[in-house]
Design a binder for this molecule. Structure first.
Ligand SMILES: [Zn+2]
Ligand SMILES: [Zn+2]
Length: 173
């Protein structure tokens, strides 16, 4: 047995994500809620900067930025399913508890504000891959940056996922 571990299919991840979303705690632990709130406000400032950086890096892309206080369960589940495909989490996020996190879906990485500064290139053979559902052969991508709590999630998705996420735009002619 060699090679990378088998990845869960999108259908599996989405099913798990839907269960997690449905099991949302009714009364989150107060201490954790405070930490998340603190991380959330710090994250907002960082993400605002990141939000300014992304379009600067790729000015030809129509970056869609979604900042929503209460996204639908469908949107939550899709974002969570995409997150479940991340294979690398920086050591600071792993050890540091709630803090602003940057999720770069094309890299399948979750980084803290420091580590996200390291430029990494996505695998070249995956440039036709939807970052959310993993579909290959995608021609038209919808780049997006979504903030959920202390996490900023950036990636590019296929038209179907864009429809679910509510980020599909009319194609400019
Ligand atoms: Zn880090
Ligand atoms: Zn997709």
């Amino acid at each position: 047995m060699s090679g990378p571990p088998a990845r869960r299919s999108f259908a599996d991840r989405l099913a798990l994500a839907r269960r997690l979303v449905a099991r949302r705690p009714l009364r989150p632990d107060v201490h954790l809620a405070d930490q998340l709130a603190a991380a959330g406000s710090e994250a907002r400032a960082l993400h605002d900067r990141m939000g300014a950086v992304l379009p600067a890096l790729q000015p030809d892309r129509a970056w869609y930025q979604r900042i929503e206080a209460d996204p639908s369960d469908d949107v939550r589940a899709y974002i969570l399913a995409a997150l479940l495909d991340c294979t690398t989490v920086c050591v600071h996020i792993r050890r540091g508890g709630p803090q602003p996190a940057f999720v770069q879906l094309p890299l399948r990485r979750v980084d803290c504000g420091r580590c996200v500064g390291t430029i990494r290139r996505p695998p070249p053979d995956e440039d036709d891959r939807c970052d959310v559902c993993g579909a290959r052969g995608v021609v038209i991508f919808h780049p997006f940056a979504v903030r959920q709590g202390p996490a900023l999630i950036a990636g590019e998705c296929c038209p179907d996922c864009a429809t679910v996420l509510g980020i599909r735009r009319e194609a400019a002619s």
